[in-house]
Write a protein that binds this ligand. Structure first.
Ligand SMILES: *Cc1c(COP(=O)(O)O)cnc(C)c1O
Length: 393
């Protein structure tokens, strides 16, 4: 069915699926590496792009296509490109959009490996970079150089929870003849639509909220124009970091409940953030739904909710945080986020251990910072769990 004018919840469930010849109600898993041509002329016409159809799963597959069309509609973009992981999406976008001697300006507290990719790998091909706190637009502006081609923003950022003004960032990027790419993993399209605010490309680790069940890794890119879509898709096909049909099926299954999962998780998160803020053993809490968050007003304008990610530090610092992580029973000590289950982790020694400690400090990721990714369990149970884990103090 055509869902172009439907509401967001309807799109979650129906966008991208245009029926199946068997009458299947959901898109089947087309677990086939290759697709037969009707005849030689048909094969030639598919390769020439004169006709729509499937050739080979790395290039395109009906199950993967259903997911790509679904997320492209959720993000109000031109087209989606699904990848084997979120990092597959990040690296595909960078390599598709950059050439030797180009320069990148990026949020400093981005997902650790996204920064590592640029600083440790793309640098070997002559790509230079400047990492700044993109919530401060003056810092972004002064980081631009004539060679800057991409402004890469993660908002809310991981795990500093800095929020960047996407609309203003897009204006700045475009004024400098540069593209704005937004990693929308933390918010999901349910809470934030960067392309509507002027971004050129949006990407996700679908491992997180979009899939939501901590059972696959995957990524997706949505481009705002046909030209960008073709450029990025062609790189993905050549990189060979396509998603697998079974992965795509699971993400499509998870995505149907995105809105109700995020609603519930952010209700829990709001209550837990307030509870932490009022606990005398807690030094500070960063949750964008709290009035104390420096970009709370911006988040209210730019997002339709505050999400499920909380960072905090105990007064006892690193050691107290470590002990707390060892004492929680309901929350699982694991990296990742956006699933139905609550996870807790220590960025300085885990997700962001690859960054130098000076870079971490500068990006607001202190050694005592604990990241808490709220799931959809009962609030009372989550708070009881935190209470017993803090009892030692
Ligand atoms: C997890 C994550 C990624 C990387 O995704 P993978 O699926 O683990 O490869 C990128 N950006 C953000 C914000 C993430 O949380």
């Amino acid at each position: 069915m055509d869902t172009k004018n439907s509401g967001f919840h309807t799109k979650l469930i129906h966008a991208g699926f245009h029926g199946d010849p068997t009458g299947a109600v959901n898109v089947p898993i087309y677990q086939s590496s290759t697709f037969a041509f009707r005849n030689a002329a048909h094969g030639a016409s598919l390769f020439a792009g004169d006709e729509e159809g499937y050739i080979y799963t790395r290039i395109g597959n009906p199950t993967i296509r259903a997911l790509e069309d679904n997320v492209a509609e959720l993000e109000n973009g031109f087209g989606g490109i699904a990848t084997s992981s979120g990092m597959g999406a990040v690296s595909t976008v960078f390599v598709a959009l950059l050439s030797a001697n180009d320069h990148v300006v990026s949020t400093d507290s981005v997902y650790g490996p996204s920064r590592g990719l640029v600083e440790n790998h793309l640098s070997r091909f002559g790509v230079t970079s400047t990492f700044v706190n993109t919530s401060k637009l003056d810092d972004v502006e002064s980081a631009f150089r004539p060679q800057t081609k991409v402004l890469y923003v993660e908002t809310p950022a991981n795990p500093s929870m800095q929020v960047t003004d996407i609309k203003a960032a897009a204006e700045l990027a475009h004024a400098h003849n540069c593209l704005l790419v937004v990693d929308n993993t933390f918010a999901s399209p349910y809470l934030q639509k960067p392309l509507d605010l002027g971004a050129d490309v949006v990407l996700h680790s679908v491992t997180k909220f979009l899939n939501g069940h901590a059972d696959i890794v995957g990524g997706i890119i949505v481009a705002n124009t046909k030209e960008l879509y073709k450029r990025i898709r062609s790189l993905m096909i050549n990189f060979g970091c396509n998603m697998d049909p079974h992965q795509a099926f699971l993400v499509l299954r998870g995505i149907k409940t995105l809105a109700i999962r995020v609603e519930r998780a952010q209700q829990n998160a709001m209550a837990i953030a307030r509870w932490l803020e009022n606990d005398p053993r807690v030094a500070w809490v960063r949750y964008i739904g709290l009035e104390s968050h420096p970009q709370h007003e911006l988040a209210k304008r730019q997002m339709s909710g505050f999400g499920a990610m909380i960072s905090f530090e105990l007064k006892g610092g690193l050691e107290a945080g470590r002990q707390m992580m060892d004492r929680v029973r309901l929350a699982t000590l694991a990296v990742s986020l956006g699933g139905v289950e609550t996870l807790i982790e220590h960025p300085a020694s885990m997700t962001h251990a690859g960054m130098s400690s000076e870079n971490r400090e500068a990006a607001g990721i202190g050694d005592g910072l604990v990241r808490y990714a709220v799931g959809i369990e009962d609030l009372e149970d989550l708070i009881a769990d935190l209470k017993q884990a803090l009892e030692a103090y």
